[in-house]
Design a protein around this ligand. Structure first.
Ligand code: DAT
Ligand code: MG
Length: 152
């Protein structure tokens, strides 16, 4: 069923990598039951980040945001499962960590909106765009998780 194959783009930002939160993020998505179908670590280029954040290009914080995202390596991931876009956003918390509840990733591990450690797609449409921007088709895998029939 197509709805079980929904995919979202999650990226651990340079501060999340430096602060050793990679494992914790992966753990939370794994334990929830979502399936990892793509992952790589990279220094994102300016061109890639301009495309990724094109909707924010006129905001005053845009140059700072691009510099921050280029300040170190990021971990780019694609997670799959029913409702993963919306649930992923709930797991991340609000854009501003100050508004994020304890129990969410931003609520538990960061303080400031300009250092909010993680990105998650905000809709299925943006997820599809972001996945094709960050990953080639052959960098994503198809497989059946042994947990599948215990989750759905
Ligand atoms: P989100 O990352 O929750 O989807 P967004 O797409 O509105 O939020 O903005 C992208 C990133 O830009 C966000 O994660 C952090 C940064 N940002 C957003 N609003 C900001 C602000 N008012 N000041 C500084 N950085 C901001
Ligand atoms: Mg966004």
């Amino acid at each position: 069923m197509a709805e079980l194959k929904e995919r979202t783009f999650i990226a651990i930002k340079p501060d999340g990598v430096q602060r050793a939160i990679i494992g914790e993020v992966i753990k939370r998505f794994e334990m929830k039951g979502f399936k990892l179908v793509g992952m790589k670590m990279l220094h994102a280029s300016e061109d890639l980040l301009m495309k990724h954040y094109v909707d924010l290009k006129d905001r005053p914080f845009f140059p700072t945001l691009i510099n921050y995202m280029r300040s170190g390596p990021v971990v780019a991931m694609v997670w799959e499962g029913k409702g993963v876009v919306k649930t992923g956003r709930v797991m991340l918390g609000e854009t501003n960590p100050a508004d994020s509840k304890p129990g969410t990733i931003r609520g538990d591990f960061c303080i400031d909106v300009s250092k909010n450690i993680i990105h998650g797609s905000d809709s299925v449409e943006s997820a599809n765009k972001e996945i094709s921007l960050w990953f080639k088709d052959d960098e994503l895998v198809n497989y059946t998780s042994c947990a599948f029939s215990w989750l759905y």
